[in-house]
Design a protein around this ligand. Sequence first.
Ligand code: NAD
Length: 290
Amino acid sequence: MTATIIDGKAFAAGLRARVGDAAAAFTRAAGRRPGLAVVLVGEDAASAVYVRSKGKATVAAGMESFEHRLPADTDEAALLALVERLNADDAVDGILVQLPLPPHIDERAVIARIDPAKDVDGFHPVNAGRLATGLDALVPCTPLGCLMLLKDLHPSLSGMEAIVIGRSNIVGKPMGQLLLGESCTVTTAHSRTRDIAAHVRRADIVVAAVGIPAFVKPDWVKPGATVIDVGINRTETGLVGDVDPAVAAVAGAMTPVPGGVGPMTIAVLLRNTLVAAGRRAGVTVDEGAL
Ligand code: NAD
């Protein structure tokens, strides 16, 4: 068997187009564009690239982009003050503080200061708690993008065995919550899990968010399983995922790296910004149609 390759790039382009249409409808109804503020502290090259592409994609979707670039030696109080100003700014529907922050700034304190209604990254404890308790939440972009790809392939995930490898607050934990919300039976594996291969072998759905190149091996995977590779690892041979490409010979469907989960993250960020704008302005956004 050769796995169907899941085209995340095409799915993300479709999502961006749907968000663009809905953003235009929002603008007509609200008399202003949805707005996303992105804050970058310091000169980390990869972060600067992400921030630039987020800004471009925001404008292309018919939204307002506000970029705030602060020097690396910005102190925590100054960053918190900027977050407060953005919280109070009515033109701003979404606030994203690009991580990682320089080591002298407490990331948790900054995330906790963002108005949960504008927390389009979904990292605020209120949104994490709302997701965990099944309330409407702003959900972290990467795992929500993974779920969209999965549901495109399997409209009902109910009863499926799923394994999430990785338990970060950004990917692994919210991914597990989303799959639980879809009535999967969820296993979360992490660096202390014994015999990961045995757990993976049971799974109909495998989500790998580990940060180790080619971590998931072909003989771990149940034939026909759907494999979602979140990993982005820069190696001498280029970008590689957390899943050994040879898994494609066993899996039923699989995301490539690059071109799988990666393009979904920014598309979902735009979706979250629109959803936040709709909720804040009291303008109906058909979230199910996005
Ligand atoms: P992280 O470093 O915060 O978490 C990694 C997780 O993997 C940890 O929970 C850890 O317990 C687990 N882990 C580490 N070694 C392990 C081992 N030997 N066996 C089992 N589990 C192990 O990373 P993260 O932020 O969750 O990101 C994970 C990967 O996803 C990275 O490659 C990152 O670059 C990528 N990522 C991609 C996107 C995207 O847009 N596609 C977004 C975020 C992260």
